[in-house]
Ligand binder design. Structure first.
Ligand code: PEP
Length: 255
């Protein structure tokens, strides 16, 4: 049971504003038509959000930010609030990316505060979680996912709230153009996530579970074929317009 297919391009800090604009023009020109139930989201870095918003206004593409602060306003130098993002017309925001967690910027408690802030501002949070290589090798994958999901969702019990979040499993060791996780292993985490969510809400509900970690043109089709995986977060391959379009196409073909 899930809502819709969602493919997110996480452009990280790869591009300058002119490069981001050029990429968007290529994407707009080459993107196949996709049905209402499918979301294709571009997540540029903060400074390019306004320009990219302009570029996609008349298209079905959506816009996401890569992070947000947990307070809505105040003396927080350098931070960008959910309130400011919502005012800019942003619809999605990444929360808890491993590249932020790894330097200690984001603990499960901080991720929780950011998820709450995103929902408070009517943004759709893309909640990222996943184990490191060491944790995996030590057989702790399930334990880590359970802890991260429980910590991130602390205090959120209703299916109404939980269904507004997109759940993105990104094994840390697969992120950044290393080897992608295999589909069967991701499906095991999809089942675990589903269990954790339904246990929390004490009922079944429609939710979206997506995978991230070295998704590219060679593996997108097999990921897209899984009924348990409802989309993808794409990093490196999302700044190559032909590759990103072909990944969207793979999900479109399997919809
Ligand atoms: C990411 O960082 O969100 C990601 C999925 O990166 P990559 O596709 O490069 O592994």
């Amino acid at each position: 049971m899930h809502r819709e297919r969602t493919i997110i391009g996480n452009w990280k800090a790869f591009l300058t504003i002119p490069q981001a604009e050029a990429l968007t023009r290529h994407l707009v020109a080459g993107m196949p038509a996709f049905p209402d139930g499918m979301q294709v989201v571009l997540a540029p870095s903060f400074e390019a959000l306004t320009e990219i918003k302009e570029e996609i206004t008349t298209t079905p593409l959506k816009l996401g930010a890569q992070d947000l602060f947990w307070e809505d306003q105040g003396s927080f130098t350098g931070e960008v609030s959910g309130r400011a993002l919502a005012a800019l017309g942003i619809e999605y925001v990444l929360v808890g990316h491993s590249e932020r967690r790894q330097f200690g910027y984001e603990t499960d408690g901080i991720v929780n505060k950011k998820l709450v802030a995103a929902l408070r501002n009517n943004l759709t949070p893309v909640f990222l979680f996943g184990e490191t290589r060491i944790e995996r090798d030590e057989g702790k994958t399930e334990e880590v996912i359970t802890r991260q999901v429980a910590g991130g969702l602390s205090g959120m019990e209703s299916d109404e709230l939980l269904s507004k979040i997109i759940y993105a499993y990104e094994p840390v060791w697969a992120v950044g153009g290393k080897a992608a996780n295999d589909v069967a292993a991701t499906e095991a985490i999809a089942r675990l996530t589903r269990e954790l969510l339904f246990e929390k809400a004490k009922k079944e509900f429609a939710y979206t579970f997506i995978y991230g970690g070295s998704v590219d043109t060679t593996n997108a089709a097999s990921i897209a074929r899984s009924s348990l995986i409802h989309g993808a977060v794409v990093g490196r391959a999302s700044v190559d317009p032909a590759a990103f379009i072909s990944i969207v196409q793979a999900f479109l073909s399997s919809a």
